[in-house]
Design a protein around this ligand. Structure first.
Ligand SMILES: [Zn+2]
Length: 152
C-alpha cells in the first residue's frame, strides 16, 4: 500500500488539462491502487490523478457500495440541477455550495482498458463524479461554488 502526498491549491498541476490515458498495464494498475489507498487514508470519497501529481485522466470514487476506477471518463448526459455542499482534498478547510446536475451518464475505460458505460447515476455519486471529472479539466470548486466557509 502506498499513500501518496496530496497536491494542494494553488499548485499549477491542479489547473492543467490532464492527458488521456493511452497505455494500460502494471503502471496504470499501480497508480489506481495507490489512488485508492490515498483516498481512503484521507477519508475522501473521490480522488483525481492530478491531485497526486499525475496529469492523467483517471479518477477513483468510494461511496457506499460504489468503488469505481474510471479511466478517460466522459460525461455523456447531464440532467437537472441541484446545489450541494462540497469539499476537496486539495482545498483543506473549504466547503462550498456547488450546483451540479442531478443525473449523469458516463462513458469510461476500466483500469484494464475495457469500456465502461454508467447510465443515469443519481445523487451524491453523480456529484462526486462531476467533481472529479472537473479536476481532469483543471476546474476546482472555487470556480463554481458560492457561500464560502473557510479560507483558501
Ligand atoms: Zn477535489
Amino acid at each position: 500500500m502506498s499513500v501518496l502526498p496530496i497536491v494542494c491549491y494553488p499548485e499549477p498541476i491542479l489547473r492543467q488539462v490532464a492527458s488521456p490515458v493511452v497505455s494500460y498495464g502494471q503502471p496504470m494498475l499501480a497508480l489506481i491502487r495507490d489512488m485508492f489507498d490515498t483516498m481512503r487514508h484521507a477519508k475522501g470519497v473521490g480522488l483525481a490523478a492530478p491531485q497526486v501529481g499525475v496529469s492523467l485522466r483517471v479518477i477513483v470514487v468510494s461511496y457506499q457500495q460504489h468503488q469505481l476506477a474510471l479511466v478517460n471518463p466522459v460525461i455523456t448526459h447531464l440532467e437537472g440541477e441541484e446545489s450541494g455542499e462540497e469539499g476537496c482534498l486539495s482545498l483543506p478547510n473549504v466547503s462550498l455550495l456547488v450546483p451540479r446536475a442531478t443525473i449523469i451518464s458516463v462513458d469510461a475505460q476500466s483500469p484494464n482498458g475495457h469500456p465502461i458505460r454508467l447510465k443515469k447515476l443519481k445523487g451524491y455519486l453523480a456529484r462526486i463524479i462531476q467533481h472529479e471529472v472537473d479536476h481532469l479539466n483543471g476546474v476546482l470548486i472555487l470556480d463554481k461554488g458560492g457561500e464560502v466557509n473557510g479560507s483558501v
